[in-house]
Design a protein around this ligand. Structure first.
Ligand SMILES: C[S@@+](CC[C@H](N)C(=O)[O-])C[C@H]1O[C@@H](n2cnc3c(N)ncnc32)[C@H](O)[C@@H]1O
Length: 451
């Protein structure tokens, strides 16, 4: 096979990340093809090649029995959804197959359960982060997502997977924001990103403008920013709090460290099941609350009553509070200060008294617990995409007999599962939950018991 060569392939399966996989020739050489679906017969051009695999680009679709028209008019221009070219049911089956593929060499197939679909596959996103740009001459403000693998922004007037009022708020910002927006090339201009968080319980919204300036320089922009927030909160009574976040660094990270409230409330209230949560402007909270209930129910079903629970990577306390009926005591570990302050309020708001919150790095706390010979009945782990640090996992071995690992990245879950098996835990099952329809993301819960 050569670079630039045209070949005919049949897509065998979808892999994590959303590409289709086909095999070529007697050697069954693997080629990954973007925007393809299992059972597609395609003419492709080889666009990159190494010793282990190739990548190809579709030149002609010869057969594609499951392909449908994307429901979003901007699907091909916007990089936010990964796959809208098949029905939701079909895509859920693919996610289940992907989960099986990732874990089949490490646990028995009957312990890998299918992905539970999201109760809503449209209008499910309750948190939106839009980068902002401005056209050179007309100074038109653009808000939307970057096209795939680029920093070309698609101006999104309507997004069918987010809550509808966010489209109107975005338009209001385009029409009313008076100051300059950020230019990545020159590193000039003030408004970099817009972050909105909306409650599924009552529709209340927090709006944060991420600015390209230090907090100490904010005085130069204070009056127009205050005027803007006054205007937007008058127009949209659902916006309960307005904030600015300072991020003057040239970085891919959206949020800077410091956030300042400009107007209104510090938080909104979200509900999951019969529990209420305060969510701040920048604290982590699940973006698809209805699907999060399915996820947290799996955790709850696997905890026995009257248990001591360590909720590690606990955020604002979402999981610990959700399972609190089964807890004689909850210990939450979290490193984000803002989330910790919300977690204190959330435990109190849900009338939970026997709790403890420990600030700082989870790994260090695990190691301290080990030194102190402290134990728990259950440890809930819900780390970021990168998973848990191996040193931290090793320290966990002596802390509990039961681990419930909630993961937003099945590949790091698999890595961490191998280590947990090595140190004496036995996986009871892995179950997928779809929190992000039409993207490649798969949330999964794995339950472990010490042998
Ligand atoms: C995937 S979120 C889960 C939050 C929470 N369990 C929930 O469901 O809302 C991961 C959380 O871990 C926190 N975090 C990331 N790295 C950490 C570390 N090394 N030590 C402690 N917390 C950490 C983040 O601030 C974030 O709140």
């Amino acid at each position: 096979m050569k670079l630039g060569e045209t070949v005919e392939v049949v897509i065998e399966k979808m892999v994590y990340g959303g590409d289709g996989l086909a095999r070529i020739g007697e050697e069954q050489f693997v080629v990954f093809v973007k925007d393809s679906l299992p059972h597609d017969r395609l003419k492709i051009k080889i666009t990159s090649l190494n010793k282990k695999f190739a990548r190809g680009e579709i030149i002609e679709i010869l057969e594609s029995p499951n392909r449908i028209k994307p429901f979003c008019a901007l699907y091909n221009a916007c990089g936010s959804c990964d796959c809208q070219i098949a029905s939701y049911d079909f895509l859920i089956k693919q996610k289940s197959e992907i989960l099986k593929d990732i874990f089949k060499n490490i646990i028995n197939e009957e312990k890998i359960f299918p992905v539970i679909p999201s109760p809503n596959d449209k209008f499910y996103r309750h948190k939106i982060q839009y980068p902002v740009q401005q056209t050179k001459n007309s100074k038109r403000i653009l808000l939307g997502y970057y096209k795939k693998n680029s920093h070309d922004l698609t101006n999104i007037k309507y997004c069918p997977v987010q809550i509808e009022i966010i489209n109107e708020i975005a338009q209001f910002i385009r029409d009313n924001f008076e100051l300059d927006c950020y230019n990545e090339k020159t590193h000039q201009g003030l408004l970099k990103n817009v972050l909105t968080r909306i409650s599924s319980a009552n529709g209340d919204i927090l709006l944060t403008l991420i600015l390209n300036c230090e907090e100490s320089d904010f005085i130069n922009y204070e009056s127009p920013i205050f005027r803007f927030f006054k205007k937007i909160t008058t127009q949209f009574s659902a916006i309960k709090g307005g904030f600015v976040n300072f991020n003057p660094k040239k970085t891919n990270k959206i949020l800077g460290k410091e956030t300042l409230k400009i107007i209104g409330e510090d938080f909104i209230i979200e509900k999951l099941g019969n529990k209420s949560y305060k969510i701040g402007a920048t604290s982590f909270f699940q973006i698809n609350p209805k699907s999060a209930v399915n996820l947290f129910d799996i955790v709850k079903e696997n905890i026995k009553p009257n248990s001591t629970i360590l909720d590690a990577y606990g955020g604002v306390g979402a999981i610990g509070i959700y399972v609190s009926e089964y807890a004689s005591k909850i210990t939450l570990v979290e490193e984000n200060e803002n989330a910790i302050s919300m977690a204190y309020d959330n435990f109190k708001m849900n009338n939970i008294e026997n709790f403890e919150i420990l600030e700082g790095d989870a790994k260090k706390h695990f190691q301290n617990f080990e030194k102190e010979k402290r134990t728990f009945d259950y440890i809930i782990l819900d780390p970021p995409r990168s998973g848990c640090e191996s040193e931290g996992l090793k320290a966990i071995a002596k802390l509990a007999k039961n681990i419930i690992y909630v993961s937003c990245n099945p590949q790091t879950l698999r890595r961490d599962m191998s280590l947990l098996i090595e140190i004496g835990f036995k996986p009871k099952f892995v179950k997928g939950v779809d929190l992000f329809p039409y993207t490649h993301h798969i949330e999964a819960v794995a339950v472990f018991e010490r042998e």
